[in-house]
Design a protein around this ligand. Structure first.
Ligand code: FEO
Length: 385
């Protein structure tokens, strides 16, 4: 639905060459950097793209302009995946006025040097940029996902320009029937820490009559907007989305892996709605983090290592802590051959999380499963069902 409007044109680009988004996230289906042009008496371009796609973006822009010149470049978000084209844009269209928040203009020189003469217009929540029949009303969205972020609402066509919100991994047309899968992985890993700020901006958006959502990544959303807004409401409130148990494990020689698989069998046999087993050393960590937030329960299973916790599990739990993992029930399985320490170390991190209830039964596996450790596992399963 790129061309959803006669006067609001999509000029974004797909990036299939990227190895890691934001230097850490695998993007097997590529990435889209969205940008739009509003054509009216005045012309506003909204955002740019990542630096290595600027040539393609400028060509799209030129086609959309059909010989006219842009009056404004609206910068909703200054992160380089959207701001990589500002300097080239200013060089090509030096008469254009840059429109952004005060914070964006404060941060901008850290990324690029623009000519002294460049025109700037600072806007804030409640300000409006009149273009003719169209007008952009600005909405403050700090920390969704950087401090300078603005959303804007185009009043005549009822379009919300939502910056990173409602974005996803993947090129524009990736997985048209399964938006939530890569939108959820994107949300929890990139915006997840800022649930309160997302909640605040959703409340502001609820007061608007929105017909179309234009995010900076992923498809333009034109139908069933309630579905997407409901998902964002659930995710940003740290409420579980589905009933189920994620069993996240790490294993050195397979003893903990076997324990995790046995536990999963027992959970399924006990009637748990959905059980997902993930090997932290071999899975995409971002995907496991997504599942941790998706389900209402989790079991972490890891060996003791160097009198502490096996590193990939420590990394996983610290990721969850950074993203404000909360409101879940968690069980612990540890392994240790002579001096088990993993449960103590996992508990230390989990105990710092808000409203995370730890199961009373901690399963200790000594090298491999035994009748004793299986009996403890049965007790843990009873606590989790
Ligand atoms: Fe898509 Fe926060 O940048």
């Amino acid at each position: 639905m790129k061309n959803f409007s006669e006067n609001i044109k999509y000029i974004g680009v797909d990036d299939r060459d990227l190895d890691l988004f934001e230097g850490q996230y695998v993007v097997p289906e590529g990435m889209a950097y969205n940008s739009y042009v509003i054509i009216d008496e005045k012309i506003a371009v909204t955002d740019t793209v990542d630096a290595h796609k600027v040539g393609e973006w400028l060509a799209n822009l030129e086609t959309a302009l059909a010989g006219r010149k842009p009056d404004y470049l609206v910068i909703h978000h200054l992160e380089p995946d959207h701001a990589g084209g500002i300097a080239d844009f200013v060089a090509k269209y030096p008469e254009t006025t840059l429109v952004a928040s005060a914070k964006a203009f404060a941060l901008l020189p850290q990324f690029m040097a623009l000519p002294e003469a460049v025109k700037k217009q600072t806007v804030k929540e409640g300000d409006t940029l009149a273009l003719g029949k169209h007008a952009l009303q600005f909405i403050g969205a700090p920390m969704v996902h950087w401090p300078e972020v603005l959303f804007s609402y185009e009043q005549s066509e009822k379009v919300l320009f939502a910056a990173d919100a409602f974005g996803k991994f993947g090129v524009y047309d990736a997985d048209p029937d399964d938006w939530a899968c890569e939108a959820r992985r994107y949300y929890f890993n990139i915006v997840g820490k800022y649930g309160n700020q997302v909640q605040a901006v959703l409340k502001k958006a609820a007061a608007l009559d929105i017909k179309t959502i234009c995010p900076l990544h992923g498809p333009v959303l034109t139908e069933n907007l309630g579905y997407y807004i409901d998902k964002y409401n659930t995710w940003s409130s740290y409420a579980p989305e589905d009933k189920g148990v994620l069993v996240a494990f790490a294993s050195i020689y397979g003893g903990t892996k076997k324990a995790a698989e046995k536990l999963a069998e027992k959970l399924i046999a006990a009637g748990v709605e959905k059980v997902v087993v993930s090997d932290l050393a071999r899975s995409d960590m971002a995907e496991v983090i997504e599942d941790a937030f998706r389900y209402d329960r989790m079991v972490v299973a890891a060996p003791t290592y160097d009198a502490g916790l096996f590193p990939v599990m420590e990394d996983f739990l610290n990721h969850l802590k950074a993203k404000n993992y909360s409101n879940r029930k968690v069980g612990i399985v540890e392994n240790g051959t002579w001096a088990p320490m993993a449960a103590k170390k996992m508990t230390e991190i989990l105990a710092t999380l808000k409203n995370v209830t730890l199961a009373e039964t901690v399963v200790t596996v000594k090298s491999t499963l035994s009748a004793e450790s299986e009996a403890a596992m049965d007790k843990l399963v009873q606590e989790l069902v």
